[in-house]
Design a protein around this ligand. Structure first.
Ligand code: XIL
Length: 333
């Protein structure tokens, strides 16, 4: 959905001030989720290389695309993203080893013992393949129920028991002794029942001596009701008090339901990006911010929540007000 073009033409994304320079000045990582098949597009790749110092594979490092046929790992997509990132001096976050949202079809019919074998083989083989090439892994993604009642009922929990989360972290640590190991989830960015469960989960893992280093807060939000800065800051600081790092791992800001003119919606989006990125910049244990894509030309939001303009650059890769909100926050202004 393209809003009425703003009065002042937006400058091309590959010409505006690089976000990564401002991020470096604040000691933070600024990242984007990318797809390997778009990296061949010069406009796409040009904006990625100019602005970001941290890449996440939006899709290609998940279990389903990697091991579509049992026992055969296809690393081509993830390898292309790692190669591109390393060639551009960027760090890589692996995403995600264990997620109920991307499990190969053949997994569903396995017995508990067979799932255990497949689970262990998947974590070992993938983390070993990328050992030394990724800074961090989202080891377990979205393992908690949305209503804050506790663990989500997934095939992993059903067949491997609640212990599967701790097992996944231990297996990942064995396979890659140096990568930061993260728990990642959504809907628990500010203080609420779900973030209380995230806190309880990671506190419990730490108490068991499970090798977990940090928590990713996805931040897929709408500008109509974003979590408050104070609530996000308090949530980040309580996680930090457990000795964990935090990061904003998949940020996008929906504006389609906002009242007002297209320009007013873009300005509201700018202030949401500015204030929430500012919370991370102010929190010493916040590593950085990753956006779930960067151009409105390629966003999962359109398929998931309806056509929208949730990101920093428009469909022609021009810089939106949102980009300036992020730039200012990274420069702490
Ligand atoms: C989404 C991708 O953006 C889509 O392209 C894919 O079809 C499905 O997954 N939470 C996550 C991400 O942790 O991995 C999801 O990404 C979005 C929600």
């Amino acid at each position: 959905m393209s809003p009425t073009p703003p009065t002042t033409p937006s400058p091309p994304g590959n010409q505006v001030e690089p976000l990564r320079v401002a991020a470096q000045a604040s000691g933070k990582l600024v990242g984007a989720a990318v797809q390997a098949n778009f990296l061949g597009d010069g406009r796409y790749a040009g904006v990625v290389a100019r602005h970001f110092n941290y890449l996440t594979a939006e899709y290609e490092m998940k279990w389903d695309p990697i091991e579509r046929t049992r026992g055969i790992n296809d690393f081509s997509g993830g390898d292309a993203i790692v190669r591109y990132g390393q060639a551009s001096g960027m760090q890589i976050k692996g995403h995600a080893l264990i997620w109920h949202g991307s499990v190969p079809g053949w997994v569903g019919g396995l017995s508990a013992a067979d799932l255990r074998a497949a689970f262990e083989n998947h974590i070992r083989s993938v983390a070993e393949h990328y050992r030394g090439r990724v800074r961090a892994w989202d080891v377990v993604n979205e393992a908690l129920a949305d209503d804050g009642s506790g663990l989500r009922d997934t095939v992993f929990r059903q067949k491997l028991g609640d212990q599967y989360i701790a097992d996944a972290f231990r297996l990942a640590r064995e396979a890659d002794p140096h990568a930061l190991l993260l728990y990642n989830d959504y809907g628990g960015e500010g203080l609420n029942r779900k973030s209380d469960r995230i806190y309880d989960l990671v506190q419990g893992l730490r108490a068991q001596g499970v090798p977990i280093d940090g928590v990713g807060l996805q931040m897929h939000i709408s500008a109509t009701n974003p979590p408050s800065d104070a609530s996000i800051a308090a949530n980040m600081s309580r996680l930090a008090s457990l000795g964990l790092s935090v990061n904003i791992s998949e940020m996008d800001v929906r504006i389609r339901d906002l009242p007002g003119t297209p320009q007013a919606r873009l300005n509201a989006q700018k202030s949401v990006y500015h204030s929430i990125v500012g919370v991370c910049v102010a929190e010493p244990r916040c590593d950085g911010v990753t956006f779930w894509g960067f151009t409105d030309a390629h966003s999962w939001i359109n398929g998931q929540f309806g056509a929208d303009n949730p990101l920093l650059f428009d469909e022609q890769y021009a810089a939106k007000p949102a980009y300036y909100g992020v730039l200012d926050a990274l420069w702490r202004r």
